[in-house]
Design a protein around this ligand. Sequence first.
Ligand code: CMP
Length: 216
Amino acid sequence: MAIKAVPFFTQLSDRELDVIRAVASEKTYQKNAVVLTEGEMGDSLYMIQSGKVKVFIGDEEGREIILKILGPGAFFGEMSMMDKQPRSASVTTIEASTFQVLSHAAFEKCVEQEPRIANMVMQILAQRVREADRKIGTLALMDVYGRVASTLLELAVHTNGKLVVGEKLSQQELANMVGASREMVNRILKDLTDRGCISIESKSITIINREFPPSL
Ligand code: CMP
C-alpha cells in the first residue's frame, strides 16, 4: 500500500504505519463523486492517498462556499469521527481519488497502540483553525478584489521559479471560494491581467507581480 506517499504519514515510524495499515480500508471514487454530505452522520476519517477533493458548505438554492481544496496527504472527516456530530461540510471529489478510511473504532485502536498519531492529527487541526481564522479575517475585512488576490496567493506554489496556481480552478469555483459572483470574479481577473499582475493560461494562473493593487 502506498500509504507512505501521504505526507501525514511520512513522519510516522514503520511500526506506526503497520498499526494504521492493519485497520484502514481502501476506497476509490470517480471524479465528481459525493464522499461526505453536510449534516449527515458518519464516523470515518478519510486520508487522501491520491486525487483531490473540495470541502464546501451550501444552501438549498445550490449556492456553495468552498472551504478548502485538499490533495494527497491531507485528511478529512476527522471532526465527526471525533465528536460524533453530523458532518460539518460536504466533500466531493474533483478528480478520481483513492482514500484510506479509518472508522472511529479503528482510529482509537491506532491511538491506543501509538499515541503519537493523535498528536499529529491535533497539529493539523490547529493549522486548520489558523487558516479558518485567516479566512474569517479576509471575508470580514477585505473587499472582493482583496479576497480574490489573497486566495490566488494562498493557492499559488513555486513551480520552476514562478509562482503558479496550478489548480484547474473554474471562475465559478474561485467565486465560490471568495463568496462572490462569477461575473465579479471574471472582471477582477481581467483587471489583474490588464495590470500585469497575473497571466492566465488554460490550466493555470501565474502570479507575475504579487504586489496586487488595493482595488479596482
Ligand atoms: P467532518 O465534519 O467530519 O466532515 C466534513 C469535513 O470537512 C470535516 O470533518 C473536516 O475534515 C473538513 N473541513 C471542515 N471545515 C474545514 C476547513 N475550514 N478546512 C479544511 N477542512 C475542513
